[in-house]
Design a protein around this ligand. Structure first.
Ligand code: BES
Ligand code: ZN
Length: 871
């Protein structure tokens, strides 16, 4: 907690560390009430300075010695969150003993208890809650860890690297681990508990036999198979696609219930939020399976993009996160449907990331300052960062991109580097100058591209004019033009692709069909066209920009039918649907026969991937619609969307019912792409059907009763909850809780299906959920399931006109501010958007932010977000 105004850290203030830590020996004595940590460091001077700066937070300092001599109080300087030694020589052995209290650690950073086990979370700055240490990613050291704990209670003792020894002496188990790879402290991990393990093995391309182990609490041992399978596929994929081989004899995953994030890539010992690793058909939905596959891959891929090559400082966070998200996205695309993955990722970008870019927390992919680094694990760093990496792929092609990553890994193995070094490797490997492209890392805000086309039938020429500008963001004005890759296609009247080569060939890459748009305004011409083509721009979402391009509904329906680019088919449909919603808001919505027939065709097109059909038929979410609105009016958005949804459901009713019946056939549950795709379309059909009357609701009830997997059961429950039929909803909910109350991960789904539903999520109901025995403020997953789902999904309730929704969220933030500042700060996001709401709501939101600001003792995390929001 802060006592003074917290100060911002600046990228330009970066200084190399004075000392390196050649070796790190850690000894943990885990006692019931506290833990003693003995840290023995071999340090070596690097430059001129002989001052050693160590970070430390909430530590009890027991003793400190240099080269075996205990230091007296005058021989070091103990700051609030630091320990400094001056007048040192070139090399020393430093030993520090600290006492910490893991059982009282509710922030879930550093060493803490979750359930009956001990675990750690050190990224970004949690290691300083374990011992005094130069806790910065450019200090890389070889770690040896000794863990001593009660042998009966803690049969499993784990840390990074390879096991060295284990023995029991006088009722205490002693385990020693050694990690031969140099790493920063943020990748350190320790686990102690009474855990069961699932084992497998993997032989790397170089012939190394790797033991794979997933550790879980005993009740979860039947939920590890899918993660293990995903792990093996990830390891093979990284060899095949990036030439990256694993580098230890053992790779471990541990599932813990209390975890702030999804998972963490600690070297050789990944720690996972149990919701992101545990699954079996009865308890996990298809969405959970896909999340598990992606996160297992993501954390595994960090072994190279993050661990072997790490970040110099936290301003470089996207170097590892953006790149690794790009890697896991390609993996998921390869394992499942590439188009579906692209649709999902563009959806996240257009809702959450565009909103961040348009709000008070807008920042570049490489920020230039922060108050609390935990606040910068954002969709901009992650998802926009991944899009920026993806644009190299678009510009250079797969081969050129691979040359770049090979050079990057080769050059920087074992180093802590900057984003610039990644760009440099791309340039050097390909002989391309990315000077202008580097602006993508420095400029915040979503670029807007305005498009104009005209066709000259006499000359057979299409003219395409593109204009770009990036709006001002807090602290940033006068943005320069970006290098924007525009993947492009032209389509003939009969729906067949036309050859496209612009007359300005120097701006065209034929192999990838990419137009290089690099100036504030550029005009391209396409000659030799016999007929006016339909223009398909930004195929495959080739750049993270907003596009203003007026195309008629007729053209949109044409693209929706004929575009060979699956992403743009979907995009055309979304634009069409957004225009319906606009009409509905103006009280003049009517589905045309042409609209109905194109959707009927899609619904009955059995050549299309059913998962894709489901996405094509799904209306944009309320938050997606909000991002495409000027002033946001959540209630108007909600009722317009409901009207359109109801109209579509009744217009297509017979086809929807037929589609449902065609797909609703009993078969063994398999979490593979083909089966998941069928379930997604079937359940989309059910959600429409259940809005059309009693037989649809009866079908949902029937599916709820007979489902043998959580995907179908939850989809039916959701349909009932959203139906507005209180009786049916409540009886299904009661039955569900009765069945699943002993499984916390399933209960979390039960909480969020209610908290995120516009039909159910009244303030009274949210308060009931918060008071329910299944709820627990100390568990981040539960907080997200209720408060997070309410504020991010049940928009028409959260934004209720009396401001009660805002008050509830602010109360939650205030309550969590001290116990878990990271979670408190993350919950705040919906309130930070206050300036974009209609005035009445906007004022109510602002008032709640002000109320939070007036609290004493705001954590840095909450302070930064609230103060920037009110600035
Ligand atoms: N390194 C992060 C985990 C992390 C983030 C720890 C912030 C501490 C603070 C990890 O690699 C990660 O990015 N996890 C994501 C999931 C991933 C699939 C994008 C997460 O936890 O949400
Ligand atoms: Zn990551």
């Amino acid at each position: 907690m802060r006592d003074a105004q917290p100060t911002a850290i600046q990228l330009t203030d970066y200084k190399e560390p004075a000392y390196e830590v050649v070796e790190t020996h850690l000894r943990f004595e885990l006692e019931e009430e506290f833990t003693l940590v003995t840290s023995t460091l071999k340090i070596r001077q690097r430059g001129e300075s002989n001052e050693l700066f160590l970070n430390g937070q909430e530590l009890g300092l027991e003793s400190i010695s240099i080269d075996g001599r205990v230091l007296g109080e005058g021989e070091y300087t103990l700051g609030d969150e630091s320990l400094t030694l001056t007048g040192l020589y070139a090399e020393h052995t430093l030993q520090v003993v600290t006492r910490i209290y893991p059982a009282k650690n509710t922030a879930l950073e550093g060493l803490y208890r979750s359930g009956g086990m001990y675990c750690t979370q050190c990224e970004a700055e949690g290691f300083r809650r374990i011992t005094y240490y130069p806790d910065r990613p450019d200090v890389m050291s070889v770690f040896t860890t000794e863990i001593i704990a009660d042998a009966g209670q803690y049969p499993v003792l784990l840390s990074n690297g390879n096991p060295v020894s284990e023995e029991v002496i006088g009722g205490k188990r002693h385990a020693v681990w050694h990690d031969p790879h140099k790493k920063p402290a943020y990748l350190f991990a320790l686990v102690a508990g009474d855990l069961l393990v699932t084992e497998d093995s993997f032989t790397t391309c170089g012939g190394r036999e790797v033991a794979l182990k997933i550790f879980v609490e005993p009740r979860n041992i039947d939920k590890t198979a899918y993660a293990m399978d995903a792990l093996k596929r990830s390891m093979r994929w990284d060899e095949d696609v990036y030439g990256r081989e694993y580098d230890l004899d053992i790779f471990m995953i541990v599932a813990v219930d209390d975890f702030n994030m999804g998972a963490m890539e600690n070297k050789g010992l990944n720690i996972f939020n149990s919701s992101c690793v545990l699954a079996n058909p009865a308890t996990a939905t298809d969405a959970a399976y896909q999340r598990i596959e992606a996160i297992v891959a993501h954390e595994y891929f960090h072994n190279w993009s993050g661990n072997r090559v790490t970040c110099r400082d936290w301003f470089q966070l996207s170097l590892k996160e953006g790149f690794t998200v790009f890697r896991d996205a390609c993996f998921s695309a390869d394992m499942n449907s590439a188009t579906v993955k692209r649709v999902e990722d563009a959806g996240i970008l257009r809702t959450v990331q565009f909103a961040e870019d348009a709000g008070p927390m807008a920042h570049p992919v490489q920020p230039d300052s922060y108050i609390e680094i935990s606040n910068f694990y954002t969709v901009t760093i992650y998802e926009k960062g991944a899009e920026v990496v993806g644009m190299y792929h678009k510009i250079l092609g797969a081969e050129g991109f691979r040359k770049g990553t090979d050079l990057y890994f080769d050059r920087h193995d074992g180093q802590a580097v900057t984003i610039n070094e990644f760009v440099q490797a791309m340039e050097d490997a390909n002989g391309v100058d990315f000077t202008q492209f580097r602006r993508w890392y420095k400029q915040a805000g979503t670029p807007v591209v305005d498009v104009l086309t005209s066709y000259d039938s006499g000359a057979g020429r299409l003219t395409l004019t593109l204009r770009q500008h990036t709006p001002d963001t807090p602290g940033q004005t006068d943005k320069q033009p970006l290098w924007i890759p525009v993947q492009l296609g032209l389509i003939g009247k009969d729906g067949s692709p036309l050859t496209v080569t612009p007359d300005q060939e120097e701006f065209w890459t034929e192999s990838s069909q990419v137009l290089h748009f690099r100036e504030a305004e550029q005009t391209f011409t396409f000659s030799g066209l016999e007929q006016e083509p339909a223009v398909s721009l930004f195929r495959d979402f080739s750049a993270p920009v907003r596009v203003n391009y007026q195309q008629s509904r007729e053209t949109l329906r044409f693209l929706l039918r004929h575009d060979s680019d699956g992403f743009n088919r979907w995009d055309a449909g979304q634009r069409l649907m957004l225009s319906w919603i606009d009409d509905a808001r103006e009280g003049r919505f009517e589905l045309s026969d042409d609209d109905i027939s194109v959707y009927r065709e899609l619904l009955n097109d059995t050549d299309l991937d059913p998962a894709m059909v489901a996405y094509l038929l799904a209306l944009p979410s309320e938050s997606y619609i909000a991002e495409f609105s000027g002033e946001i009016d959540p209630l108007a958005i909600h009722s317009a969307r409901e009207e359109v949804s109801g109209a579509l459901a009744s217009a297509l009713r017979d086809d929807i019912v037929a589609c449902y019946q065609r797909l609703n056939i009993a078969r063994e549950y398999e979490p593979d792409p083909a089966h998941m795709a069928q379930r997604s379309l079937k359940n989309l059909a059910l959600s429409y059907w259940s809005r059309t009357g009693d037989d649809g609701l009866a079908a949902a009830q029937q599916q709820y009763q007979s489902a043998d997997n959580m995907t179908d059961q939850m989809a039916a429950l959701r349909a009932l909850v959203n139906s507005g039929d209180r009786m049916r909803a409540q009886s299904a909910l009661d039955d569900f809780y009765e069945r699943w109350q002993s499984d916390p991960l399933v209960v979390n789904q039960w909480l969020s299906v209610q908290a995120g539903s516009a039909e159910m999520a009244t303030i009274e109901h949210i308060n009931d959920l918060l008071a329910h025995p299944a709820f627990d403020w100390r568990n981040p997953n539960k907080v997200r399931s209720v408060i997070g789902a309410f504020a991010n999904q049940a928009l028409s309730r959260f934004h209720s006109a009396d401001g009660e929704g805002y008050r509830l969220l602010a109360d939650a933030v205030i309550r969590l501010n001290e116990s878990n500042p990271q979670i408190a700060s993350r919950l705040l996001a919906p309130l930070t958007r206050w300036k974009r709401l209609v005035p009445s709501q906007s004022q109510l939101m602002k008032a709640e932010l002000q109320r939070i600001m007036q609290q004493g003792n705001l954590s840095k995390d909450v302070f930064e977000v609230v103060s920037k929001s009110l600035a």
